[in-house]
Design a protein around this ligand. Structure first.
Ligand SMILES: Nc1ncnc2c1ncn2[C@@H]1O[C@H](COP(=O)(O)OP(=O)(O)OP(=O)(O)O)[C@@H](O)[C@H]1O
Length: 242
């Protein structure tokens, strides 16, 4: 049986006026899941993803492998449960600088993690691996040395994903509309890379929570479907058409 990686229990997220963006979100994320989050614009999908990443205030309980983010250490938790934004917001320097900086964060050092030996990651992030992932997305190597601000929307989006996958430390990726700026061919190369990475025996990646507005993409990649609505958050059958 597949292992439970994340447990969400009665998660709700308040606005500053006290009203709730959503409430009672309760579901597990298991090894092998590509859990698609669907729902209308403004329903709260990105907010839910940020709550899971412990980047937003929430009520309720989130456990990773049975432990709270605080007991693991929030930076280490965020390394294992990695939020990938749609696009980088005003990052300074180049993607190469960014990769090297993130690779050196102390939370990536197993000595600074409160996880068990079994769950620690010992691999040193390899820039060449990230560049290789970028190539599979159609990114020229020279883009790694260009300023973020000079990259197109689609190049930035693929670059952020290449960094996230190249770091090879997350076992759960939280993807916020990862292909929203891409043409159909580039979207499919990203989908292929992510779904293959999930299946690769030497990969750390074990599950993805994936926001998309595309029904076609949801059907291509999803193994589970969760709908975010004003009336609540509910899991749907395997095929959203059923
Ligand atoms: N920091 C905030 N303060 C107040 N309201 C917020 C905040 N962040 C998000 N919201 C509101 O919460 C609601 C949900 O936003 P969210 O971005 O999570 O929706 P979404 O489902 O991801 O939308 P989209 O599909 O358009 O990206 C929206 O009404 C948004 O305006």
């Amino acid at each position: 049986m597949s292992e439970t990686l994340l447990q969400l229990r009665d998660i709700s997220c308040p606005r500053s006026d006290g009203s709730l963006i959503f409430s009672d979100a309760s579901f597990n994320v298991n090894e092998g899941d590509i859990l698609v989050l669907r729902g209308k614009s403004g329903a709260g999908k990105s907010t839910l993803l940020k709550c899971i990443a412990h980047l937003n205030v929430y009520k309720g309980e989130i456990l990773y492998r049975g432990r709270s983010p605080k007991s693991i250490g929030v930076p280490a938790y965020r390394t294992h449960v990695l939020y990938v934004p749609q696009r980088p917001s005003l990052l300074p320097g180049t993607p190469k600088d960014f990769f090297i900086t993130i690779s050196s964060f102390s939370s990536r050092n197993p000595k600074n993690s409160r996880l068990s030996k079994k769950d620690e990651r010992t691999a040193v992030p390899d820039l060449n691996q990230a560049i290789e992932v970028g190539r599979s997305f159609g990114l020229d190597d020279e883009l790694w040395d260009r300023e973020w601000s000079s990259l197109s929307g689609g190049e930035s989006q693929r670059m952020v994903l290449a960094v996230a996958i190249g770091l090879d430390a997350a076992d759960i990726l939280l993807l916020d509309e990862p292909t929203s700026a891409l043409d159909p061919e580039s979207s499919k190369s990203v989908e292929t890379c992510l779904t293959s990475d999930m299946k690769a025996p030497d990969s750390t990646l074990q599950a993805i929570v994936w926001i998309t507005h595309s029904e076609e993409q949801a059907r291509r990649v999803g193994t589970r479907f969760v709908e975010v609505t004003a009336d609540g958050i509910r899991e749907e059958p395997r095929d959203p058409e059923v």
